[in-house]
Design a protein around this ligand. Structure first.
Ligand SMILES: *Cc1c(COP(=O)(O)O)cnc(C)c1O
Length: 389
């Protein structure tokens, strides 16, 4: 640390140097991320609320009202306008809060000395963190031939130790939607907490359904669903960090609330204490600005690019892992192993990700990726494939 400070000009010059080493979504070369450029409306709202602290809501009553409105707006397209919840940092925190609520409920209703949660093998790694932090055993249910949670496997894993079952609406690797309706029926019957991880799918499935896409129900309309994670900082177009956790009933927040002696509110259910109101303001702004129609447009244009890529790949002899359900395409070359292919693509400036189950090149067609990027990408991909012959 220098004794004398630098001038603002010098500070920002130096910052710029660091930023020059970052990739930029606009380049169209980031093909494996679930994040994208934040919308200018959301960015402006975010900056306007930078100093608000939702950890002390008595001081920021306006921002607290914004958070409440965001939860109810999201609830309205997730089947429960009266949902309770919070705007938080992302899907990881949302899943951690949901599993914490489920574990604490079980402590009251059906105590067990060795609590377990059941998640599909396709679940996001945040559940491994949640299980570790909360002292739970993670039981992984098998997948069926369509890479969705296998219901027989879930039934076999359920026991008196089960505190929650998790279904995923839009898996991280393949964008698959688990049969949440059936999970809801099973969980109702056995009186088990069901959490739906729609971190990725929550901002696209409702809008695709509105446009007539045949995707089964996944939200609070199913009576067994107790909580839903949804991430505005993915397809919701807000700046990072913005996630949301919604609960059907207030008791799920109460069961994990802690007394907060020195603050303006008496109880707090969030994991984070001091927390930004900027994410709530940005989400409120973008929801109001976009309306259902705005998000329907995003959903349909990303699916168009998704289908374009899928067709280009199959007509050029690449193998799709399965037909894309949401805006994620996973494929293999048939000649070059996925890891090696991803390295070759990187050398040409394309950053894809490699899925683990099954191993494949995974491309997330976020709104910053346009058809012209896919055309260029296919040229490079085909030339790599040819050179492998
Ligand atoms: C992205 C994602 C998460 C994790 O969200 P973060 O915002 O990265 O913490 C959890 N679940 C699913 C299904 C996701 O796609």
């Amino acid at each position: 640390m220098d004794r004398k400070g630098l001038s603002p000009g010098l500070v920002f010059d130096k910052l710029k140097k660091f930023q020059e080493n970052d990739m930029d979504y606009k380049s169209g070369r980031i093909l494996g991320s679930m994040c994208t450029c934040a919308h200018p409306v959301a960015k402006k709202a975010y900056c306007d609320f930078l100093e608000s602290n939702l950890g002390d809501p008595g001081l920021f009553k306006g921002t607290k009202a914004l958070e409440d409105e965001v939860i109810s707006l999201l609830g309205s397209f997730l089947g429960c306008k009266s949902a309770y919840g919070h705007v938080i940092t992302g899907g990881t925190e949302g899943n951690l809060m949901a599993i914490r609520a489920a574990r604490n409920m079980a402590r009251i209703n059906s105590p067990t000395s060795s609590p377990e949660i059941i998640v599909p093998k396709s679940a996001h790694f945040s559940f491994k963190k949640a299980a570790d932090i909360l002292g739970l055993k993670l039981m992984e249910a098998e997948l069926d031939e369509n890479y969705k949670i296998d219901l027989d496997s879930v039934q076999e894993l359920i026991s008196s130790r089960t505190v929650a079952v998790v279904g995923v609406a839009g898996t991280t690797e393949l964008g698959k939607v688990d049969p949440i309706g059936e999970l809801s029926r099973i969980c109702n019957e056995k009186n088990i907490y069901l959490h739906v991880d729609a971190a990725f799918g929550g901002f696209i499935i409702p809008f695709l359904k509105e446009m007539g896409f045949k995707i089964p129900e996944f939200n609070f309309k199913l009576s067994g669903v107790s909580s839903i994670t949804v991430d505005p900082h993915k397809l919701g177009l807000t700046p990072i960090p913005t996630g949301c956790i919604l609960f059907r009933e207030k008791k799920f927040l109460d069961v994990m609330s802690i007394e907060t002696p020195y603050l303006t509110e008496k109880q707090q259910s969030t994991i984070v204490g001091t927390r930004t109101g900027a994410s709530a303001a940005a989400t409120w702004a973008i929801l109001k600005y976009m309306g259902k129609e705005g998000y329907m447009k995003i959903a349909s244009s990303t699916m168009e690019v998704t289908n374009f890529l899928a067709r280009e790949l199959t007509s050029s002899g690449f193998e799709l892992v399965s037909e894309p359900e949401l805006n994620i395409v996973a494929f293999n070359s048939g000649k070059i192993p996925a890891k090696e292919l991803s390295t070759k693509l990187k050398q040409k400036g394309w950053v894809v990700s490699v899925s683990a189950c099954p191993p494949a090149i995974r491309i997330v067609l976020m709104p910053h990726i346009r058809k012209e990027h896919i055309v260029e990408f296919m040229d490079d991909l085909k030339s790599i494939q040819k050179s492998a012959l």
